[in-house]
Design a protein around this ligand. Sequence first.
Ligand code: EPZ
Length: 433
Amino acid sequence: MTAAATASQESLKQHLNVTGGLQLNGTFRVSGAKNSALVLMTASLLTEDCVELVNIPNLTDICSMSEILESLGVQVTRDSDRISLTASNLNGSNPPYELVNSLRASFFSIGPLLGRLGQAKVPLPGGCRIGARPVVEHIRGLKSLGAVVSVEHGIVTASLPGTRKRLRGAQIVLDCPSVGATETILMAAVLAEGTSTIENAAQEPEVQDLASLLNVMGARITGAGGPVITVEGVETLHGCRDYPVIPDRIEAGTFLMAAAITRSPLRVEPVIPEHLSAVLQKLRDCGCALEIDEQGVTITPGELTAVDITTQPFPGFPTDLQAPFMALMCTAQGTSVISEKIYENRLQHVAELQRMGASIRVDGSTAIVEGVSSLSAAPVTGSDLRAAAAMVLAGLVARGTTKVSGLKHLDRGYDDIESKLSRVGARVNRNSV
Ligand code: EPZ
């Protein structure tokens, strides 16, 4: 069994005991961004040189991505938060279905594989608990760049027609600002012949980070982070040393909410404030004072009052912080209306919060949260990685000790969460069944 599978198996048998009612103090240390590190790792497929990334978080998803890339012939070496990837001898095989199914970001490798080799076969990533997770936009974009793409038996096959050796630049307009589709198309277009534009592009910081790495590798990309990205194709890309992954804005937001829910003044760093503008505004609106500097954020919570949120593509409120924010609203004064507009099924944490005494009513993709004076500890399960984080937050403020299961999800996106929380005074320990 692979290391990632073993880690996952271990997480299945474990749970966290979270003791409620403790004040926190000190500094949360934020790791490198999972959703950036994963796609930056796939960018190594675009060159035969070594691509070296630093500030890589220690997560099961990173292990899984390493295994997927190794199955393609990439040499991967890991040293603490540094990872070196050399794709000088790609073996032309397909990433294994069970790994792609467990790690959606691995599907994005179809872009660089097609750009580098002129062909790629990648299993369709399955849907997951939060939604169907289609890849229609990714396929449309590759076809616009001149690829022949077919889907049979759950495998997406992309290739160049006839004797063509390179994709050709194109004008692409996305139907929706899909993060993965923008990243997949970017990585295919950088080696295409001619110029491409991606309109209605995703503007997330992770897309900007990918464009920044590709430019360091010799690509010619402008406009990343805005709605229109322009890519002037080049013939080859070279490697790089010590490229730093951006801090994880979702982890930072989760920790800021841990401070808010326990009414604890805390420091969270590093944080790039413009990566979290919508979240910082909502924390202010619900009664938290924030001191923001170039290293991070100091939060001083007051009495929490309920505010409404609607999840949207960046720079709107991120869907990945909807569940943690809902936990926060459970003990705020008043009524909060939380609308999930990105995924069709990302309210499964409501039932778990209700088990802890939360007063929440669901109407379609909207949850109406009536703040209660306190939550009570209960055995709960996180249905996806952000729901699991929400259960930990609720446990920090519930009366008693909450047993949080679903660590297989949690460990995918949070680097050693129990140590980080314990370091600031929480009582969180991991038990095996
Ligand atoms: C990325 O997923 C993140 N994952 C997700 O984080 C994040 O929630 C999401 O972006 C939105 O911010 C990684 O980066 C690895 P999308 P991605 O394509 O790229 C619809 C986490 O918790 N859509 O932007 O798969 C889709 O149905 C994870 O860390 C289409 O309709 O997200 C969804 O409603 C969860 N057609 C919306 O767009 C398509 O072809 C967002 O999907 C593609 C997507």
